[in-house]
Design a protein around this ligand. Sequence first.
Ligand SMILES: [Zn+2]
Length: 259
Amino acid sequence: MCPRGARMLTGVGGLLETARMSCHCLLIEGADGLVLVDTGFGSDDVRNPKQLGRAVGALLRPSLHAADTAISQIRELGFDPNDVRHIITTHLDLDHTGGLPDFPDAQVHLLGIELEAGLHPSWSDRVRYLAAHWAHGPHWVQHSTGGEQWLGFDSVRILPGSDAEILLVPLLGHTHGHTGVAVKRGERCLLHCGDAYFHHGEIATPPHCPPGIKLVTAFDQVDGAARHGNVERLRELAQRHSGEVELICSHDASYLDGR
Ligand SMILES: [Zn+2]
């Protein structure tokens, strides 16, 4: 996404310069096929940008190119998109679900409360969800909060038969059923925090956050206290387990540069 105001949103660049914001997706190669975490914008969005609405076009200014979609990048890596058996969505905001129609046969895992919020949005939530992204009728797999503890966080183990150890880590507040996704790799773990935070400085010690991100996150949340509490807990996690857990979020493009 290329919103105006690089300095305000990323802390670097000019005030009117275009910011560079990613929509991070993860591809996990398991014994039983591929697992995709989040789908960003998809082929339908590229073909028909108007379906995203004028506000999204004007504010987020998504740069919609077929080559950037998850399905194209999966092909580019030499994989068959039909092998994507499972998708995990951190939440159903439209900048995370555009690729769902590109994988119509995949099972789509999420918290049940997020599915409920997305399928039956309140008046104030209507702008964030786009029903066209699930008009094809995805194979939803709903999960509940609670379950195991993982480093002080609730977690839900999914795909129990898979060799990839993947946990849903509820991080509520940005949306009603927002989750992080932890992927264990041996002794190390990658935690995709979705939109639980937007800028790496939010979980740094001491924390720092560009002013535009403070505004965006305050506006774009359903439970501010829960969201703030989660940012605090993630900062503590990043500090205490820096050698063990790597954290990324969806929209901080600096992670692409190997932060
Ligand atoms: Zn987002």
